[in-house]
Design a protein around this ligand. Structure first.
Ligand SMILES: [Zn+2]
Length: 288
């Protein structure tokens, strides 16, 4: 099945009270692990690509070529969207040209008027080309590819203003943070989330920084309109731990343990296990 935009899968998720996972990719192993897990669990999935990861993978065209090739050669039949994560205005335009099926424009660091202006323009282009588009209001805490946010809560009125521009889904800061959560983290602000949902209605809401948010908070967020949850750091940590274990056990020194296909296999399996766990928690299993 060819790439699809994220609109239909997220509309269904919002109506069905579950969330679709966005898992960020970094290379071939990452992409293959996520696609195979989605297929095995019959779950829709969104592949996230940050601008930094896009650059690392040689550029957006390489990413599109790799993903399209895998969809065909792995016989992936579940809905898959290829989505730019935290895109700049220029980055979003480049991904639209390269063949992504979905983009996020993160204008949260602009004054609201400028965020609206740029979002509007990109909404029009995406509509014309059949892509879905995510916008962000209120910066999300922590660091994402050099963009550092303070973890503020979005203004629900501003969320409504951006939602009304015709975006497909909306990311709003509700106290969530990218990366690992600090010991003294105050938790998600359900009050903010509830206020945003009341004003934005049917709009699927996006929860960034899904790594380390306790399962009960994830479930509660889904009941309050979150239909897309971004997971990035957790796959990185799982990959790192499994790779460390392989090397510390000296397996790379045994026989052909140095073969990259063997060396990367435990990390690959660890990503698969993490994605499976998240899809089960989000409720997207069997919803393709
Ligand atoms: Zn994010």
């Amino acid at each position: 099945m060819a790439l699809v935009n994220a609109k239909e899968m997220l509309t269904k998720a919002k109506q069905g009270h579950y969330a679709v996972g966005q898992f960020n990719i970094n290379n071939l192993e990452w992409t293959k692990a996520i696609l195979l897990t989605a297929q095995e669990l019959n779950s829709p999935v969104i592949l996230g690509v940050s601008e930094g990861a896009g650059k690392y993978m040689c550029g957006y065209k390489t990413v599109v070529g790799m993903v399209n090739g895998m969809l065909e050669e792995l016989n992936i039949t579940v809905p898959v969207a290829l989505h730019l994560d935290h895109g700049s205005y220029e980055g979003a335009k480049a991904c639209i040209e390269a063949g992504f099926s979905s983009v996020m424009f993160d204008g949260s660091h602009y004054p609201i008027e400028e965020n609206i202006e740029k979002t509007k323009e990109l909404v029009a282009i995406c509509k014309e080309r059949g892509l879905s588009i995510e916008a962000e209001v209120g910066s999300i805490g922590g660091e994402e590819d050099g963009v550092i946010g303070a973890g503020e809560c979005a203004d629900p009125q501003e969320c409504k203003q951006i939602a009304d521009l015709g975006v497909t889904m909306l990311a709003a800061g509700i106290g969530n943070i990218h990366g690992k959560y600090p010991e003294n983290w105050a938790g998600l602000s359900f009050e903010t989330l509830d206020a945003i949902q009341q004003l934005t209605g049917e709009m699927p809401l996006v929860l960034h920084g899904g790594t380390g948010i306790p399962a009960d908070m994830i479930k509660k967020a889904i009941t309050l309109g979150v239909s897309k949850i971004n997971v990035n750091t957790e796959c990185q940590l799982a990959f790192q731990a499994a790779t460390r274990e392989y090397i510390e056990a000296g397996k790379d020194l045994q026989g052909k343990g140095f073969d990259p296909r063997k060396l990367l296999a435990p990390g690959f399996e660890a990503i698969k296990a993490t994605v499976k766990e998240k899809m089960e928690l989000f409720g997207s299993v069997g919803k393709a």
